[in-house]
Each structure stands twice: as C-alpha cells, then as structure tokens.
Design a protein around this ligand. Structure first.
Ligand code: AMX
Length: 425
C-alpha cells in the first residue's frame, strides 16, 4: 500500500472515534449564532462548518495543520498535500513514495485533449481546465466502489485514490490548456526527474534558464494550497462532495466558484492595476504619485485590487513570501518594483479612506507581478495556476470529511416573509 494511504489508514479510525465521542458529549451545545444581516450577507463569520486541514486566524494568516504558511515556503507541494491529509509533514521515504506515485498517475488520457481541442478557441482557460477535470469523471474509483456497495467507513479510500489520480494529472492538464489556448505549440512531455510543480513549470514551455520559474511554481502551489473551508471554492467542493459526488464532480464544482471575479479571478485585476500605474507614469512612479493614483481609484468608486480581506486583519503571509521571492530574484523589475512600492503606500491610504476593515495586502497583490516578470503574460490563465494548487486543499478536505463520515449539507432557508414574521417586522 502506498505510504500516504498507509498513514491515513493508521489515523482514520481514531479520528472517527474522536469526532463521534466529541459529538456524543457536546452535540447539543451552541457554537455560533446567526443575525439577520449574516443570513442576507453571505453567512460571514457564522461558525457552521468543519475544516481540519487548515485555519486562517485573522491576526496570523494561514496555518496548515497549525504550521504557519511562512514556515512552509521551502517545502514541495507534495509535502503540503501529505501534511493536509495526515496532519504531519512526511518523512523522506513517504515523500519519495508520494512523488513517485504522482509521476505514475500523471498521464492525461487522450480523450481529454480531444474534448479540449474541440472547444471554441476563445473559451476561457478556466472553463477548459474544468472541462478537462469533469470529462475525466469516468475514471472515478469512488463511483465504481459506491456502485459495488462499499461500506461507509471505507469511503475515504477510493476518494484518496481519485484525489491522487486527479492531482497527479493537473500539472499536465494545466500546462496543456496553456499551450493550446494561447497557441504555444505542441504539448511538452513531462521530465521524469522533476517534481510535481517543477514539471508543471517545465511543461508550460516558458524559457527558464536558471530554473527560477520552476521555483516560483513550487512556491505558488504551496502558498495557494488551502485556506479553510468556508471560502467559495472549498465550501462548494465540500457541499457537492457531501452528496457523495466523487472528487471529479466536487473539485470541478469548487473550481467553477474559483473562476469568479470576487474569488480566484481577482489576481488578474491586481496586475492590471499595477500595469495601469506603469503605463500612466511611464515607469516606476514616486510614492506621492502612487498615493494620488490610489485616491483617484478610490474616488472613482473602485477598490484597490489586492488589498483587503474577508477574514485576515494583517498583511497576508503569502504576500510576504511572494514579495521576498521577488526581492531575491527580480528586485529591479519595474512591475515588481511598483508592486513592492504600492505596499509602502496603500495601507495608509486605505486607513485614511476608512472603509476597508483590513488595509493590508492579500496574496493576490503580489503573485501577478512575478508571473509577468517570468513571461507569463496571459492574465486569464492565472486562475488556472490557483486552481492546480487549491485542488490539493479541496481534495484533502474531501478525503478527511469522508474519513470521519460527514453528513450531506442541508442548511435551512426561510423566505423574507418568514424572516419578517419571525422578527415581528
Ligand atoms: N479598496 C477599497 N475599498 C475596499 C477595499 C479595497 N481594497 N477592501 C474593502 N473595501 C471596502 C469594501 O468595498 C466595503 O465597502 P462598502 O461598505 O461600500 O461595500 C468596505 O470596505 C468594507 O469591506 P470589508 O468588510 O473590509 O471587506 P469584505 O470582506 O466585504 O471584502 C474583499 C473583502 C477582499 C472582497 C475586499 O477587500 C476587496 O474588494 N478587495 C479588493 C479585491 C481583492 O483584492 N480581492 C482578492 C481577495 C482574495 C481572494 O479571494 N482571492
């Protein structure tokens, strides 16, 4: 049995028992209350979902299984996926096993390319990427096992199998979409000596003489891997998965949410804003010019992209990690410089503006300028990068919730008339 599956098999019975007895003892305790504003306002802050893979304390930023993301920036995405699932970083032999396992499962079936090649040439890369995932649903081991009558306590096993099969293929699928959609020439074969994210960088086919782009892809995949369970993509994946739809259906559903401009698509807006600054000032502006341009943006009723967050109340540690990468590898790149200088100016502007609860940058403020520097200039593609990474979080959440036997989601809705009657309005 593969090492990751073996470790999961060792921890799942105790996890299931722990949650069962916790619920038995405390199941009727109140953990959250809901105001009318929350019911109409995206359920913001309502504590009504469980996610054990990661957590985002507002004053700290992302913790993966209690480890701050800033301490994981030198790790490989394979290590992060193992950590998300098992709760511990892998020992060297387990890591090698997982890397080999991903390599073994990496080939994307030809029928996927046939479908993608038949799509209209102006299809959005996210739609192509997601179509690729959905069309592979016929491979699902979970669906086969379910149809054959698998026991509930074993659901996590074919879910892990589906997750490994799916995740292993995402670098090739993502790189294939890039090359097909943006006319970059034929697909590039994987390099058997490279890791999962390094291979993705390789298969994109962007010149990378020093290997920096591969390092950026490793970092990118680590930083975006998971962000609790309540964001649109994770929650959607979870909700669809709770119906026992398999990982292909559930992850694809989650990624359809990631494609939205208020969620994963935001990163392309950030770079647009920086490039607007670059064009307007013919290069890197002074701090005073930046400040004036920020006020112009705000006074025209727009937001400063890349700043603010629904949960965080500090600088996103993922932003810090990207900025440090840029300071090390491309400190003189003008677009990176603007991005970096913006950080010196915008928080004070937003504080003075007085609306945003969080005046600090989020992860999306930094990533685009680095991708741009390395020659990936096709903005609509950026969310596909995010998707390849976030699929690790979605899959791990799905595996863990299947392992302890989560129920199908079914919150109660009321009509506005009923709410009014309830409150005597
Ligand atoms: N610039 C200007 N105004 C901002 C702002 C910003 N960067 N961030 C928040 N505000 C405003 C909001 O628009 C809101 O105004 P309103 O009362 O007139 O509607 C007010 O401040 C309060 O908002 P909030 O509670 O601080 O934020 P939120 O939880 O409603 O929204 C977010 C969070 C990220 C959507 C918002 O900060 C924003 O639009 N930021 C810019 C876009 C962005 O960076 N998106 C990436 C998010 C990360 C991700 O999911 N990928």
């Amino acid at each position: 049995m593969a090492a990751l599956k073996q470790r999961m098999a060792e921890i799942v019975p105790a996890m299931r028992e722990d949650i069962r007895s916790f619920l038995k003892q405390y199941g009727d305790k109140v953990v959250s209350e809901v105001t009318l504003a929350q019911a109409y306002g995206g359920m913001r802050g309502v504590k009504a979902l469980v996610c054990d893979t990661s957590e985002v304390p507002p004053e700290k930023g992302l913790l993966i299984r209690d480890i701050p993301i800033g301490e994981l920036t030198d790790r490989l995405p394979e290590e992060i996926f193992y950590l998300l699932c098992v709760g511990k970083l892998p020992p060297a032999e387990d890591l090698e096993d997982l890397k080999a396992d991903f390599r073994k499962r990496a080939e994307v079936p030809q029928y996927v390319w046939d479908v993608l090649e038949a799509m209209p040439k102006d299809s959005h890369p996210m739609c192509m990427f997601n179509t690729g995932i959905l069309v592979m649903e016929r491979e699902s081991e979970f669906r086969k096992a379910y149809d054959a009558g698998i026991k509930k306590t074993e659901y996590w096993e074919p879910t892990l199998e589906d997750s490994l099969n799916l995740l292993a293929k995402l670098p090739a699928l993502g790189a294939g979409v890039y090359r097909l959609r943006f006319n970059k020439g034929p697909r590039i074969e994987p390099d058997p000596n490279l890791d999962w994210a390094g291979n993705f960088g390789h298969m994109l086919g962007i010149p990378d003489p020093k290997g920096d782009l591969k390092d950026l892809m490793r970092l990118y995949m680590v930083l975006h891997s998971d962000h609790e369970g309540g964001n649109v993509s994770a929650h959607t994946c979870h909700c669809v998965g709770s119906a026992l739809s398999d990982a292909y259906y559930a992850v694809s559903a989650g990624l359809n949410g990631l494609a939205g401009p208020l969620h994963g698509l935001a990163n392309q807006e950030c770079l647009n804003w920086i490039l607007m600054v670059h064009e307007k000032f013919g290069g890197v502006p002074t701090d005073d010019q930046l400040r004036d341009f920020a006020w112009e943006t705000l006074n025209s009723g727009k937001v400063i992209p890349g700043y603010g967050h629904a949960v965080l109340r500090v600088t996103d540690p993922r932003f810090t990690a990207f900025r440090e990468f840029g300071l090390k590898h491309c400190p003189d790149d003008p677009v990176f410089k603007i991005m970096s200088n913006v950080y010196n100016v915008i928080p004070d502007v937003l504080k003075e503006h007085g609306k945003a609860k969080n005046p600090w940058p989020n992860v999306d403020a930094a990533s685009g300028s680095l991708l741009y520097h390395y020659g990936m200039k096709e903005f609509p593609y950026y969310t596909v990068l995010f998707s390849i990474s976030r699929a690790m979080g979605m899959c791990s959440q799905l595996i863990v919730s299947r392992a302890w036997g989560e129920a199908i989601e079914r919150p109660k809705t009321l009509t506005t008339a009923k709410f009014k009657a309830m409150l005597g309005a």
